[in-house]
Design a protein around this ligand. Structure first.
Ligand code: AMP
Length: 217
């Protein structure tokens, strides 16, 4: 199954991607996670991406497209993959189409996790992420048992640099301008599905898994 998760920042794409990954055994490809890792390691890629990310801007298309092209060619993507946070522009979506066409593959479903902006802002400023395993928490709705510590691996929880309120607003502006047009791009094909992302994690999960069971048939 080859999937794309769409949605505003903080809509819950990452959380659902991890659920799908565990259930179906296909990898989550999060360009945001890969870029953050590069920034932490201080690689050439990280140095290029860092400023854009900290300002809530998009990293240039050529850079992210190359990361995804390379990642999709790896063996663990043969059975399928979940793209989380990519594509984010029409140019990226077109590049993805070309990459997949060359590989003889296509996207089976684009799932749009729909949440109003006010709700998403509330989520993001309370979001904490594990430095070690990437698990995601919310200080009010899904708090860790012990403050600042990951329940799953004991790693330290932190607030993403770009999850501060001012940067979140810019990420939203960028989302509306560049990423929202992808909804129409994919609606024109018959692979687009909307889910109500205001439900709790279990509720959204149920909707997502229903869609996946349908497209598997
Ligand atoms: P995310 O974790 O998906 O919210 O991504 C965090 C940041 O990484 C974004 O605000 C961008 O600066 C950058 N980024 C992640 N994915 C992409 C993408 N597909 N295109 C451009 N920039 C991206």
């Amino acid at each position: 199954m080859n999937l794309v998760l769409l949605g505003a920042p903080g809509a819950g794409k990452g959380t659902q991607a991890k659920i799908i990954m565990e259930k179906y055994g296909i990898p989550q490809i999060s360009t945001g996670d890969m870029l953050r890792e590069a920034v932490t390691k201080g690689t050439e890629l990280g140095k290029k991406a860092r400023e854009y990310m900290n300002q809530g801007k998009l990293v240039p298309d050529e850079i992210v497209v190359e990361i995804v092209r390379e990642r999709l060619s790896q063996k663990d993507c043969e059975k399928g993959f979940i793209l989380d946070g990519f594509p984010r522009t029409i140019a990226q979506a077109e590049a993805l189409d070309r990459i997949l066409e060359k590989m003889g593959k296509k996207i089976n479903a684009v799932i749009n996790v729909n949440v109003p902006e006010e709700e998403v802002i509330k989520r993001i400023v309370y979001r904490r992420t594990c430095k070690k395993c990437g698990a995601i928490y919310h200080l009010l709705y899904n708090p860790p048992k012990k403050e600042s510590t990951c329940d799953k691996c004991g790693g330290e929880l932190y607030q993403r640099e770009d999850d501060r309120e001012e940067t979140v607003k810019e990420r939203f502006r960028v989302y509306r301008k560049n990423t929202e047009p992808l909804i129409d791009y994919y609606k024109k094909r018959r692979i687009f599905f909307d889910v109500d992302g205001t439900k709790d994690v279990e509720g959204v999960k149920r909707e997502v898994l229903n869609i996946l069971e349908k497209i598997k048939r």
